[in-house]
Design a protein around this ligand. Structure first.
Ligand SMILES: Nc1nc2c(ncn2[C@@H]2O[C@H](COP(=O)(O)OP(=O)(O)O)[C@@H](O)[C@H]2O)c(=O)[nH]1
Ligand SMILES: [Mg+2]
Length: 200
């Protein structure tokens, strides 16, 4: 089973993408598995709309740990894993640092890495080299199993060259970028096609 791991800064839309992708694939309810940074795990069945209200939020760090769904993505079962938002700055409290460490160490299990960027914060100037998204795209962007999802395209001007801007900002080939909206499910067919096309 392919393990597809969503990573990115807090509030970029990882959790909403997980839930709406499950919905896009025909699910109304999901079994969501959780594991916190101390290894405590549980699973809970949710109506997807209820899960959105509980698990997605404007406040950062609604997700502190790993949470995942196993589901049929057309031609195969996949495991889609949502993670703790990563930031580069020194942070308190310890629980957040532990949750970020758990996410970073989990990345090695990914058959596919889906790195989410917020389209509304795409810079027109080059980003600092220590920006966490620059670091992640630099480390993983050349790998076959990496794709960048530029999310929230519903919030940006259609005329804006988001794909070109993303490719330039992160020095990633534009064929490794998919523009999506986790809110209105735009670009989701592209994500599923990408997942199904990848071997592993
Ligand atoms: N307009 C818009 N809002 C989004 C989109 N994706 C996520 N959001 C909102 O962004 C906020 C953070 O989303 P969440 O999934 O919790 O982000 P996470 O911290 O990366 O898991 C929530 O208020 C979401 O409703 C999108 O594609 N479009
Ligand atoms: Mg989240």
């Amino acid at each position: 089973m392919k393990t597809c791991v969503l990573i990115g800064k807090p509030n970029v839309g990882k959790t909403l993408l997980l839930l709406n992708l499950a919905k896009f694939l025909g699910n109304k309810t999901i079994k969501l598995h959780f594991m916190d940074a101390d290894g405590n795990s549980m699973a809970k069945v949710y109506d997807i709309e209820v899960a959105k209200r509980y698990l997605c939020g404007r406040q950062p760090y609604s997700t502190m740990g790993l949470q995942w769904i196993r589901m049929n993505a057309g031609c195969q079962y996949i495991e889609l894993v949502d993670t703790t938002g990563l930031i580069g700055d020194a942070v308190e409290p310890t629980t957040l640092r532990k949750a970020m460490a758990q996410t970073i160490s989990f990345i090695k299990n990914a058959s596919l890495l889906l790195h989410i960027i917020d389209a509304t914060s795409l810079p027109s100037q080059p980003l600092p080299v220590d920006d966490i998204d620059v670091v992640l795209s630099h480390i993983f962007g050349g790998n076959d199993n990496y794709v960048m999802l530029i999310n929230k395209i519903d919030l940006v001007d259609r005329a804006d060259d988001i794909l070109g801007k993303g490719a330039k900002a992160f020095n990633v080939n534009s064929d490794k970028i998919i523009c999506v909206s986790a809110l209105n499910k735009a670009g989701f067919k592209g994500i599923i096609d990408y997942i199904n096309a990848q071997k592993g």
